[in-house]
Every structure is written in structure tokens, then in C-alpha cells.
Design a protein around this ligand. Structure first.
Ligand SMILES: Cc1cc2nc3c(=O)[nH]c(=O)nc-3n(C[C@H](O)[C@H](O)[C@H](O)COP(=O)(O)OP(=O)(O)OC[C@H]3O[C@@H](n4cnc5c(N)ncnc54)[C@H](O)[C@@H]3O)c2cc1C
Ligand SMILES: *[C@@H]1O[C@H](CO)[C@@H](O)[C@H](O)[C@H]1NC(C)=O
Length: 630
């Protein structure tokens, strides 16, 4: 997922982590962007960072990420309501706009820089046995750090949510909200009943492709899979990536949903505003406001109607627990008075895959750092919005396939591939190894010998893991990172499916169409797996446990479920059990993870969540003219 980086020089990298090492390419890029591109091609100006704030709002939205930006924008469509959006991070900048620089945003001040706790079962090739878990700390949230892949998940995911007792969340109902957001710019998809063209969120292909992605799609066809719109009628198949990009630039949710409404008088956005607590009246059990720190000053603001938590699957549970809502034994242990005993922070799920496969080739068609550090390439991007810098975080193609464990009687693949025209070696160890946190021993033994050689990769990703992790507080300090136990591979099926996935990846790489490139697998063994025969199931299991790669999709930590579900934190209208005036609307509410990348599903959750709020408040005040669509 991270290979876009290689098209940037190490000089650029230093500058991005921000700013000014004085090296020349970044100044050129930034000057070029602001001169040719940025204002001209992005007609909407930035949201206004509002001073001073009122002391009361109808709605307070905490977190301006993939979901929060949608919720705040949609609520402000009701002119009688006023809305405050509080975001801990700053605004986007010129670098966040460049798709190929996505990985360079990690480990900067725009990233919360989380790490998982070591378990001894996964992330073994990473420093300290801990995987990096980046999260956006910026207006637009993780939609500003992400690789922009647009994937909705499988219809059965949503039908399953509904079957758990979450009425209104079946595929038919959620499809309406996916389409409500979408502005699809691909001519061949615009007429599809599964897509729409007048939403806020621009979706399109990268204008740049390598011949390898074409081979990837052909290899799929050779193996009996179809080249199809995996966001359409059926999911199984191969496709050139669709992305949330606009005119070659990133289209974050802040850009899509907040910039067009910046002049509405009833929406206030406050950045650099870190929420530390929700204030709950213990007598009425109602959320009456929030505490936050802005410019080093602690403040409080009141909510007349509701507080909406959209701080993401790590921070929403953190804020709930800091406010006394969570597992009572844990809160007592930390010393936080318990207001409501709920299973907050449980049910953590993440898509995990195997990083580090490298297929070497003989033709110079892929991304290698040396070849791409030219001024002409930069200027082609700046002036035309084209060229390799528009690559979607480097992932050119994706596929959904069945391992032998999948249910073949329905269209419900259990494995996804991300195809990238580069591998860990391709940037000579500059950035990719750092954002993985790979140890020097692993990098130097396995990847240094093929530095700057042409290579491509497939990342097999487990859809619907069975393992469940947790988020817990380290202590009661709201500025300390919570403890993340991803608990990867605690269920042996999760490894078994991935081992099959690796074997399918190798078959794809051995398809006839790849012969013209001389494609062959890189065979140096990982130091920790030396004792296994290269290519055996045991070897792949060992590799998976070493280079366990998060696909950055943590969800599920404030689970949605019916009142009969003792593990549910919110009801199917996303209201926190036991508290009035408080909802969670973000990735945390997924009862089970969607099959694929999570940004589009989270935006859908934001759309539907905003409609649920409108229904609940407008029904009581003005009859039934705002009845739900379903
Ligand atoms: C590196 C990376 C690559 C990814 N690639 C893809 C991809 O290609 N395709 C895809 O579909 N998905 C991808 N994802 C996942 C996807 O982006 C997320 O699932 C989605 O953005 C989550 O949305 P959210 O609204 O739940 O949380 P977020 O978007 O993370 O938003 C939470 C917001 O709340 C703010 N916040 C947190 N705590 C506080 C606080 N205390 N006070 C105030 N504000 C706070 C945060 O700063 C942030 O802005 C990727 C994610 C990452 C990190
Ligand atoms: C496969 O899916 C069908 C249709 O939903 C279902 O009836 C069947 O039980 C499933 N089989 C397995 C092994 O899960």
C-alpha cells in the first residue's frame, strides 16, 4: 500500500517531515503547486478556522475525519441548526494533496503515530515487535493520509449487519448512501445503477498506469476471474483501482464535504482543538457538552441537542472511556468514575495482510526511485495533474478472490490483493521501511541486495478476520496514546486463509502474461524464517507473522447492535446506550468489518448517521415530512 513513496527523492522526504531541509525538489513542487495548480484547480477555498466560538451549539461534532466532515456538512443543511466541528489537527496542506506522497505524511505531525502492543504472534520483523498504526490528525482525518482506494465492501457485509438486528443497515439501504456521496468521473461507470455522478465525493481512476497493472488484470482473466467493477453487482474479480481523487489531487472528505459549505453561517469549524472529555450530567445521564484544549487553553462548550463522536476507531473509544463510559473494571483500574458500563474498546478488527513479497522483472516499467526523481516529472504533475505523482498511494489494481476456505456458493470472496508496481526495495530504504518500522537486520538481509532493481508486489489481505483486539487507556491523561492490542492471528483461521492467499499471489505472478517481463519471485529468506523451506506453508506462515502489514482499517470498537446484544455500545440509530444526546458516527460502529478498504463505508456511515439525526429531530418538531428514505 505504500509504494508511491518511491517516486520521490530522499531529499523530498526530509522536507516533508516538515519542512525545509533546503533541498530543491520540494520548493519546486510547492511553488509549482501554488502557482499553476492549487488555487486554480481547486475552486473551493479552505474551511474557516473560527474564532471566537459560541458557548452553545445545537450539535457538536468531535473529529473532522472521514465521517465527521460528512456529518457536520449534512447537519448544517438545516438552516435552523448550528453546528460546531472540533478537530484536533491542523488543516490540509499542499503536500497532502499529492496522491503519490501519501506515505510521506506518516510519522509527521499530521499522524497520531500509534503503535500496536507486542504480542509475539505478529509484526515480528518490526522494531520492538510493534506495528505502526498511522491515523490522520488533520482536518479530513485519515482520508488525508489514506491511499485513496475506493472500495465499498460486499453486499453480504451489510445484509449481515442487518441480520444481527441492525434494521436499516442492509445492502439496499446503504447503497442509497454510497450513491448519495458519489461523483463518479469514469465514463464507463456513470450509467451503472450502482454509481452516481452528483455527490460531493469525486471518484475516478488515476490518470497514470504501468503496463504491469494491465498484465495483472489479464492474469486474473487467465485464472478465470472477470475484470469487473468490484463496487457493482458482484465483488469477485480484478479491477484497475478507483480512487477518491479530483483532477489528479487527493479528494479528502474535508475537501469534498466542508469546503463547499464554508460560507454557511451555521457551521463553525475549529482546528487544533483537542477534545479531552464529554461532559455528562450524572442525574439526567445526558451529554451536555465537551471539554477541549485549543491554543493551550482548556475550554468548554455546551450542546443543546447532541454531541456526536467521530474521532475514529481508536480515539472515539478513548474519549468515551475518559468520560466514564466503558468496561467498568477497566475504568476502576484506571481511576475514572464509571458513568455507564459498556464494552467500549472491544471488538477491534483490522484488515491484515502480508507485506514484503517482491517479484523481480527485467523490464524498466515500474517505479524505481532513481528513475523518478526528475524535475520534468514533478512539473508534469504540477502543470497537468498527470503522470506518476497521481498514483493512488501506489496501488494500481485490486482483486477479490476465493481461497479454498471461501463459500463458493455465493459471491463472498475472503481475500483481497493490492497490486503495486514497486516493492519494499524500490526506494532504497528511504521511507517504506520506516513506515513499516522494519528492523535493519530484515531490511539489510532481504531487501538491500535488490536495491533499485525493478520489482512489483502483491499484498494478500485477509477480509473479515476472526481475531478480535482491544483499545484500552494507558492512564487517565487524555494526551497519552491508548493501548492498542491488535491481537492479529489469535484465531488460526486468519493465518490459514492468508497462507492460501500468498500461494494464489504467486500463481498470479506466474501467469503467462507476466513472462514477457521475466517476472520471478525474490527468494532471499527472512532471517527469522531461515529454518523453513522457502515457499512451504510453514515458511509463509512465518513470513506473515514477521511482515504483518496493517491495511490501516481498524473498526468495531463502539459496536452497533440491538438492545439484546450485551456487547453493543450504540443502537442501530448510533445512540450510545444509557446516555441521551450522544452518538458515535465513524468506523467504530461497524459490528463486523466490511470486506475491503474502509473509507467509502465510513463515509456511508457518516451520510446515514446524519440522516438518522435529521429524522429523529425533525420528526418530533415538524411532522413526518423528513421520513426516512427506507
Ligand atoms: C495510511 C492509511 C491508508 C489508508 N488507505 C485507505 C485506502 O486506500 N482506502 C480506504 O478505503 N481506506 C483507507 N484507509 C482507511 C480509511 O482512511 C479509514 O477507515 C477512515 O478514514 C476512518 O474514518 P473515521 O472517520 O472513522 O476516522 P478518521 O478519518 O481517522 O477521523 C477521526 C478524526 O478525529 C480527530 N480526532 C481524534 N481524536 C480527537 C480529539 N480528542 N479531539 C478532536 N479531534 C480528534 C482526528 O484527528 C481525525 O481527524 C487508510 C488509512 C490510513 C491511515
Ligand atoms: C454458503 O452460503 C450459503 C448462502 O448464504 C449458505 O446457505 C451456506 O450455509 C454457506 N455455506 C457455508 C459452508 O458457510
Amino acid at each position: 500500500m505504500v509504494f508511491s513513496t518511491i517516486i520521490v527523492t530522499s531529499a523530498l522526504k526530509g522536507a516533508i517531515s516538515l519542512m525545509g531541509t533546503g533541498l530543491w525538489l520540494v520548493p519546486l513542487l510547492i511553488a509549482g503547486l501554488s502557482y499553476y495548480h492549487y488555487d486554480q484547480l481547486d475552486p473551493e477555498s479552505r474551511p474557516i478556522d473560527r474564532y471566537p466560538l459560541y458557548s452553545n451549539y445545537d450539535f457538536i461534532v468531535v473529529g473532522g475525519g472521514s465521517a465527521g466532515a460528512v456529518v457536520a456538512s449534512r447537519l448544517s443543511e438545516i438552516p435552523d441548526w448550528n453546528v460546531l466541528l472540533l478537530e484536533a489537527g491542523p488543516d490540509e496542506n499542499e503536500i497532502t494533496d499529492v496522491p503519490s506522497l501519501a506515505a510521506y505524511l506518516q510519522l509527521t505531525k499530521l499522524d497520531w503515530k500509534y503503535k500496536t502492543e507486542p504480542t509475539g504472534k505478529a509484526c515480528l520483523a518490526m522494531k520492538g515487535g510493534r506495528c505502526n498504526w498511522p491515523r490522520g490528525k488533520v482536518l479530513g482525518g485519515s482520508s488525508v493520509l489514506n491511499y485513496m482506494l475506493y472500495v465499498r465492501g460486499n453486499r453480504y457485509d451489510y445484509d449481515h449487519w442487518e441480520s444481527l438486528g441492525n434494521s436499516g443497515w442492509g445492502y439496499k439501504q446503504v447503497l442509497y448512501y454510497f450513491k448519495k456521496s458519489e461523483d463518479n468521473r469514469n465514463p464507463y461507470l456513470q450509467k451503472s445503477p450502482y454509481h452516481a455522478t452528483n455527490g460531493y465525493l469525486t471518484v475516478q481512476e488515476s490518470p497514470w498506469k504501468t503496463p504491469l497493472v494491465v498484465a495483472f488484470i489479464q492474469a486474473g482473466v487467465e485464472m478465470g476471474y472477470e475484470n469487473r467493477d468490484i463496487n457493482g453487482e458482484r465483488q469477485t474479480g480484478f479491477m484497475i483501482s478507483q480512487g477518491t481523487i479530483r483532477r489528479g489531487n487527493r479528494c479528502s472528505t474535508a475537501k469534498a464535504f466542508l469546503r463547499p459549505v464554508r460560507l454557511r453561517r451555521n457551521i463553525h469549524t475549529a482546528i487544533n482543538s483537542h477534545v479531552t472529555k464529554i461532559i455528562i450530567d450524572p442525574l439526567t445521564m445526558k451529554a451536555i457538552g465537551v471539554e477541549f484544549v485549543r491554543d493551550g487553553r482548556k475550554q468548554m462548550v455546551r450542546a443543546r441537542k447532541e454531541v456526536i463522536l467521530s474521532a475514529g476507531a481508536i480515539n472515539s473509544p478513548q474519549i468515551l472511556m475518559l468520560s466514564g463510559i466503558g468496561p467498568k473494571e477497566h475504568l476502576r483500574h484506571i481511576g475514572i468514575p464509571v458513568i455507564e458500563d459498556l464494552r467500549v474498546g472491544d471488538n477491534l478488527q483490522d484488515d491484515v495482510g502480508m507485506g514484503g513479497l517482491a517479484f523481480l522483472i527485467d523490464k524498466p516499467v515500474v517505479i524505481v526511485q532513481d528513475r523518478f526523481q526528475s524535475a520534468p516529472m514533478t512539473m508534469h504533475y504540477v502543470v497537468n495533474g498527470r503522470g506518476p505523482m497521481t498514483a493512488l498511494g501506489g496501488v494500481e489494481g485490486y482483486a477479490f478472490v476465493n481461497t479454498k476456505y471461501a463459500n463458493y456458493s455465493i459471491d463472498y470472496p475472503d481475500l483481497q490483493f493490492h497490486m503495486a508496481p514497486a516493492s519494499i526495495n524500490s526506494d532504497a530504504g528511504v521511507q517504506v521501511r520506516k513506515i513499516f518500522g522494519l528492523t535493519d537486520e530484515v531490511y539489510n538481509t532481504v531487501y538491500r541486495p535488490i536495491t533499485n532493481k525493478d520489482a512489483w508486489t502483491l499484498i494478500p489481505v485477509l477480509l473479515r478476520p476472526k481475531s478480535r483486539g482491544t483499545i484500552r487507556l494507558k492512564n487517565s491523561n487524555p494526551f497519552h496514546s491508548p493501548l492498542i492490542n491488535a491481537n492479529y492471528f489469535s484465531d488460526p483461521m486468519d493465518i490459514a486463509v492468508l497462507v492460501e492467499g500468498v500461494k494464489i499471489a504467486i500463481k498470479i505472478s506466474e501467469a503467462k502474461v507476466f513472462k514477457q517481463f521475466g517476472s520471478r519471485i525474490h527468494r532471499i529468506k527472512l532471517p527469522g524464517c531461515k529454518h523453513f523451506k522457502f515457499g512451504s506453508d510453514a515458511y509463509w506462515e512465518c513470513h506473515i507473522r514477521h511482515i504483518s502489514e496493517t491495511i490501516y482499517h481498524p473498526v468495531g470498537t463502539a459496536k452497533m447492535g440491538p438492545p439484546t446484544d450485551p456487547t453493543a455500545v450504540v443502537d442501530p440509530r448510533l445512540r450510545v446506550y444509557g446516555i441521551t444526546g450522544l452518538r458515535v458516527i465513524d468506523a467504530s460502529i461497524m459490528p463486523t468489518i466490511s470486506s475491503g478498504n474502509t473509507n467509502a463505508p465510513v463515509i456511508m456511515i457518516g451520510e446515514k448517521g446524519a440522516d438518522l439525526i435529521k429524522q429523529d429531530w425533525l420528526r418530533s418538531s415538524s411532522g413526518n415530512n423528513h421520513e426516512s428514505v427506507y
